[in-house]
Design a protein. Structure first.
Length: 222
């Protein structure tokens, strides 16, 4: 009897967790336990240098459809002793608004040398590295890299995540052969599984048939 009560409690806790999300969204790690996550916007390790509005936990959320497609990618990578690592998934609109407000404070350049050494802050928007409305807020866009499961290290993609400059373009030629090969590995496996790439950012992929296209959600990541 005691065991049954514990089991029932766990079911109710799980149901409550899912019930917090709008219909059509899921927690990615519940569906893909082997996937790695490092939500940069729930940390100070990002181009702003602080935790971003709307990020309350290192929790990845996507639409069901995007998660199913991502699970296929992960299963194929695992056969090569590799894994996806998620830097960002669903992003609340309030986070995008926070980026816009931050861009107007020209005195705040704390992370410039690391993330945008050759750009002015405002150019991050004018050159479309960040938009006022992000595909992330529709729930089917994900920022990812690949990790070697044997060494535990990320594959060398030639630039860090969220580096704003031409060097992050998927077809940038000024990187070495290994870095180009790693970018192409990520690109090809994502394309084969119904994602499309944003050419200015090697890490940025959107499900081709996203269910909430041009809808921008604002619930917290928690």
């Amino acid at each position: 009897m005691k065991f049954n009560l514990i089991y029932l409690t766990l079911i109710l806790i799980s149901f409550k967790t899912y019930a917090q999300l709008p219909e059509g969204f899921v927690y990615v790690t519940n569906e893909i336990p082997s996937i790695k996550t490092e939500l940069r916007y729930f940390s100070e390790n990002n181009f702003v240098g602080s935790i971003i509005d709307g990020y309350k936990a290192n929790t990845t959320i996507l639409t069901k459809e995007a998660t199913i497609a991502l699970k296929n990618v992960q299963e194929q990578l695992l056969k090569k002793n590799l894994s996806l690592k998620i830097y960002d998934a669903y992003r609340p609109q309030k986070a995008v608004n926070y980026f816009w407000k931050w861009s107007k404070n020209l005195n705040d350049t704390l992370m410039k040398q690391q993330y945008y050494p050759n750009l002015k802050k405002y150019d991050i928007f004018t050159r479309q590295f960040i938009a006022k409305y992000s595909r992330h807020s529709s729930g089917s866009t994900v920022d990812v890299t690949i990790v070697d499961n044997i060494t535990g290290k990320e594959l060398d993609m030639g630039t860090p995540y969220d580096f704003f400059g031409e060097e992050s373009s998927i077809n940038f030629k000024g990187i070495n052969e290994t870095q180009q090969k790693n970018r192409m590995l990520l690109l090809q496996i994502m394309l084969r599984n119904e994602f499309r790439n944003y050419p200015k950012e090697w890490w940025h992929y959107t499900l081709k048939n996203e269910p909430f296209k041009n809808q921008y959600f604002n619930f917290d990541v928690k």
